[in-house]
Unconditional design. Structure first.
Length: 326
């Protein structure tokens, strides 16, 4: 048996209940992992509310780290006793142990702690694909400006450091002076407090009126129109989340004024194969072990307190990463 956080109906954090579930044995292509830590992400909120629908009942959670207990037929890259971590498109991480597909699970280096592994996989792999794979048509070169919304969040603080390591000048937005200071501390070249100033005007001033080559936006509805205004000709609007709500339908003609590009990305398209997952994880582990990227965990909750973790996340009271400890 395994304790887990399950929902039986979509709604608020009050739907999240601590239950005991049968774990079972892994089938072909699967493993059973005992979690030491589980990551908390905004996608978990989307799944809880039903914005991203899943069959119910549902155990939430998309990333975790722990010890492999058993492997199913055909699994050759992992063995019982291995330290492991994952970001996976089959929810279920808010649990003491689970059976899951092995495709997105990788060995966790000894030098990386379990809570760090749980905090870094979904957010770190997201930063990796955004900065290394989602690039404007003119490419990204050292010295180029990029705009990153929610720069003091889990993905944002990793992206600030990764961008600095790549020589990019990242302009981050955040809510409040404390969050802006965090973004600067972690490598942002500029930080804009959107509660105090117009981020569009500030971006134009920072870039001398030219605009940025790419906007990375997980906020959605509230920042969409302003983000388009921040782009230079042939710039790329890379949407990857909906923290303020989904972007409303728009007419493609609004892109014509500067011949802009728009893309809506998801991590799980990028890690659709074991080989791609491993390659991206190797890149992430390298920058973490090399010191270019440090994983900041600012909130730790017991597994039973998962609902409170969601309340803090939705109220934007969190910075950096949040983990649950089974």
């Amino acid at each position: 048996m395994s304790k887990a956080i399950q929902i039986t109906a979509h709604g608020g954090p009050e739907q999240m209940k601590l239950v005991e579930l049968e774990t079972g044995e892994p089938g072909p292509g699967e493993i059973r992992i005992r979690h030491r830590a589980c990551g908390v992400n905004f996608i978990d909120v989307y799944q809880r509310t039903g914005l991203y629908p899943n069959p119910l009942p549902l155990v939430l959670g998309m990333e975790g780290a722990g010890i492999v207990e058993a492997v199913g037929e055909g699994v050759t890259h992992l063995a019982p006793g291995d330290r492991a971590a994952y970001a996976s498109n089959s929810p279920g991480a808010y649990s003491e142990r689970r059976v899951m597909p092995a495709r997105n699970v990788v060995r966790l280096p000894e030098a990386i702690a379990f809570d760090t592994g749980a905090a870094m996989m979904l957010k770190g792999l997201t930063a990796q694909y955004l900065l290394e794979r989602v690039r404007p048509v003119e490419g990204l070169e050292p010295g180029d400006f990029v705009l990153f919304h929610a720069a003091a969040g889990g993905v944002g603080l990793i992206a600030c450091q990764w961008a600095r390591a790549r020589g990019l000048r990242l302009i981050g937005t955040a809510g409040g002076a404390r969050k802006c200071a965090l973004a600067l501390e972690h490598g942002a070249a500029h930080a804009i407090d959107y509660t105090q100033e117009d981020f569009v005007a500030r971006v134009r001033k920072i870039t001398g009126g030219a605009g940025v080559k790419v906007v990375y936006d997980s906020v959605g509805k509230d920042t969409w129109a302003g983000s388009l205004e921040c782009l230079r000709p042939f710039g790329l609007m890379a949407s990857f989340g909906n923290a303020s709500g989904p972007v409303p339908p728009f007419a493609p003609g609004i892109l014509a004024v500067r011949s802009l590009y728009v893309t809506r990305q998801t991590l799980f398209t990028h890690i659709a194969t074991r080989e791609a997952t491993q390659a991206m994880a190797d890149d992430l582990f390298a920058v973490v072990q090399g010191g270019q990227v440090k994983i900041r965990i600012d909130q730790r909750f017991a597994l039973a307190e998962a609902a409170e973790a969601h309340r803090a996340l939705e109220a934007r009271r969190t910075t950096g990463c949040t983990v649950l400890l089974p």
